[in-house]
Design a protein around this ligand. Structure first.
Ligand SMILES: *Cc1c(COP(=O)(O)O)cnc(C)c1O
Length: 451
């Protein structure tokens, strides 16, 4: 079968909480001011109770409320596809499958968590959500969710993207959200930055600071984050739970499971249910793929660090390149994050998953081969997973038992065609990070010096 559709009546009705299956709890997040573990009250200032409960829950399966299922059903279950044409092109005996998350209205996996986040905030009486966005994938997903539930969405969009990548800004506005370039004159931190440099490009760290300040300053407003946090990873597990059922339909099983990693949420979504299966005895290689320009898992440290550049967020235990690390501006903007979801980091540290890194010209070559064989033009982020799947399939040519490979295709690339043009016309270059740069960024970790 080329396309495996799970009937809507068989759609999973629970998210999988991997925290139930850990041999020890995650190291506690630390408050940036007091340097003590974060208290519930600190979180309650910007998150609704239901999401805080999920963040720390150790219940194995969490019911997906009916209202959320009904919205998921607009595009879910997402199809499991067999990349037959790509297999033929590679002349590999391996089978390559992908779970296609580009079918959501926003074009990526991000609405899987944007919808529950808007829902639980609405139920808690919140009228408005503030968030940040880089290239606009998360801002547009949350704006979509805001439209479904009648919540006002306020997006602080990194100024350089706001100016240069207007399409997702138009999507945010079409769904009724409000979007301003960050830094903005609407917040204290924004005004301060504008005073210092009116022509600044802005950064994701700064946009986070503005969104959090906005949420803290208004009673009717909370904050929403599109990756990294435990409850975000939880919501994405619908991807892997569906995949398990789809493989049952075709009586097959993946030997290799692959996802690209920025903050880690789509990878968590496809892989956590398979990590459970692996802990229960299945033999599966689970691979996280990152850009070599931002090699968090392959070159970073497992340590306590801030989630943002300004040092305003809690300090969390994760793989990190140092919160001051400024990745080169590669086209896979969604993978330019210095840290990694604590849950993904934990399972990497435990050896249940592995990580690898590729350069941007390598991944665009893979995406180009994929487009020419399968037709789909994938997001630059997803092209990292495509490249790893191709490499695994080529390796299979020398193996006795050809592999069954599954990767998550996190989103389509129809708003990223400028980067394809750069690749097609030979203008794409690679960055070679000096070990020195990484070493330097890692000198600024909090809680490490004893004085
Ligand atoms: C945001 C994004 C990513 C990276 O975020 P994760 O939290 O690591 O999943 C990957 N692919 C696409 C299409 C995205 O929009």
């Amino acid at each position: 079968m080329i396309r495996v559709d799970l009937p809507q009546k068989d759609m999973p009705r629970k998210w999988y909480n991997i925290q139930a299956d850990m041999s020890e709890p995650l190291a506690p997040p630390i408050h940036p001011g007091t340097k003590e573990p974060v208290r519930l009250e600190d979180l309650q200032a910007i998150f609704p109770d239901e999401l805080i409960k999920q963040e720390v829950s150790t219940e194995r399966f969490i019911d997906i409320p009916e209202e959320i299922l009904n919205i998921y059903k607009i595009w879910r279950p997402s199809p499991l596809m067999r990349a037959k044409k790509l297999e033929e092109f590679l002349q590999t005996p391996a089978k390559i499958y992908y779970k296609y998350e580009g079918v959501s209205p926003a074009g990526s996996h991000k609405p899987n968590t944007a919808v529950p986040q808007a829902y639980y905030n609405k139920k808690a009486g919140i009228k408005r959500l503030a968030t940040e966005t880089g290239a606009g994938q998360w801002g547009s997903a949350l704006s979509l969710a805001g439209a479904y539930f009648g919540i006002e969405i306020m997006v602080y969009m990194v100024k350089v993207s706001y100016d240069q990548k207007p399409y997702r800004k138009f999507m945010i506005e079409t769904w009724g959200g409000k979007v301003v370039p960050s830094p903005s004159p609407l917040t204290q931190i924004g005004r301060k930055m504008l005073e210092e440099d009116p022509n600044t490009n802005g950064s994701l760290g700064l946009a986070i600071s503005e969104a959090v300040e906005d949420a803290l300053s208004r009673k009717d407003t909370n904050y929403a984050l599109g990756s990294v946090l435990n409850h975000v990873c939880l919501h994405q597990t619908i991807i892997g739970e569906e995949a398990i059922k789809q493989f049952q339909i075709i009586n097959d099983y993946p030997d290799v499971v692959i996802g690209c990693v920025g903050g880690g949420s789509n990878f968590a979504g496809i892989s956590f249910p398979y990590i459970r299966e692996k802990m229960n005895g299945k033999k599966i290689d689970i691979i996280a793929v990152e850009p070599s320009a931002c090699p968090t898992m392959t070159k970073g440290l497992y340590a306590y660090d801030y989630g943002d550049i300004a040092g305003l967020t809690p300090i969390i235990m994760m793989y990190t390149l140092g919160h001051k690390f400024m990745p080169p501006s590669i086209h896979a903007g969604g993978l330019r994050y210095h840290g990694m979801a604590p849950l993904v980091s934990y399972f990497a540290k435990k050896g249940l998953i592995s990580a690898r890194a590729y350069t941007q010209t390598e991944v665009f070559k893979a995406a180009s081969d994929f487009a020419k064989t399968e037709g789909l033009i994938v997001a630059p982020e997803s092209s990292h997973a495509v490249k790893a799947a191709i490499d695994e399939a080529l390796k299979s040519k020398e193996e006795k038992n050809p592999k069954t490979i599954l990767f998550n295709l996190s989103g389509h690339g129809y708003f990223d065609l400028v980067s394809y043009d750069k690749f097609n016309t030979g203008q794409l270059s690679d960055f070679h990070l000096a070990g020195e740069e990484i070493k330097k960024a890692l000198e600024h970790l909090p809680l490490t010096n004893k004085n």
